[in-house]
Design a binder for this molecule. Sequence first.
Ligand SMILES: Nc1ncnc2c1ncn2[C@@H]1O[C@H](COP(=O)(O)OP(=O)(O)O)[C@@H](O)[C@H]1O
Ligand SMILES: [Mg+2]
Length: 278
Amino acid sequence: MESRYVVKQYMSRGAQAETFDALDTESDVQVILKLTHKADLSVNQQNQLLREAQLQRKISSEFVVKVLNAYETASDIVTVLEFAPFGDFETQIQKRSAPFDESAIITWAMQLLLGLKHTHSHNIIHRDVKTANIVLIKDDKFPNAKAMLCDFGIATENDLAKTVVGTPYYMSPQACKGLNYGQKTDIWALGVVLYRLCTFEYPFFAGNQIALRARIASGVFQEVKGYSEELTGLINRMLEQNEALRPEAEELLKDPIFESRIRHFKYNEEADTVEGTQ
Ligand SMILES: Nc1ncnc2c1ncn2[C@@H]1O[C@H](COP(=O)(O)OP(=O)(O)O)[C@@H](O)[C@H]1O
Ligand SMILES: [Mg+2]
């Protein structure tokens, strides 16, 4: 590991990587170090991971966790990330008993759609949108914590295969059928995230994978209760079975539910830029 980063605390071990809380001694800023062990990856996958981390470094959206640096050591590929002090949504949901406010959920939906719109416009697909891959940070522009996508675009095929081994609650009908992961798959998964933020449940749930796939394919789920028709309607649009009818992020952002927010926060998309060339 570069001596520039001093590890402070172990955070978590995921399917593929370990995360640590660390200090960047050059900037004196807290960062996250994500170590992916090379031994778990083929040489191709190692190269892909580094390439994608480098690509992500050039992408700048205030709703995507910034990759500050990426390098390899003898044993690991290390990605250095902007630190989000409030942790991830899944941990928040696990800790919480009272429902989230509708207004907070709509603002998070807007932020995550802006994050997806930005990355989709650069032909990057997240592939693993879920509550555990969304982290929260304080931002004075927003009354609640700001949501940012993390664990972004670097899911390898190996990783996806592992996801299928678990119970894939976020899987779109197309992904269930083994079709390619496209941008609309991210939209579906965001629909599942929002459903979960409203209900703390999954729209499609079953004790085993075969039953779960059948549920997802049936398209039948219990409607969200306790929230406005507008918010429920937005979630239903994202959980549209037919990929051709499921809107893209840009179209969803035109939903009247976001109008006043987008005006209020004077969100400037021009500020989201890709630096340099790929
Ligand atoms: N930038 C970050 N700030 C704060 N916590 C983070 C950050 N990135 C990841 N984490 C925490 O570490 C966990 C695992 O990180 P993630 O990037 O999702 O790796 P994995 O491939 O192991 O799923 C996340 O679910 C989150 O709790
Ligand atoms: Mg993750």
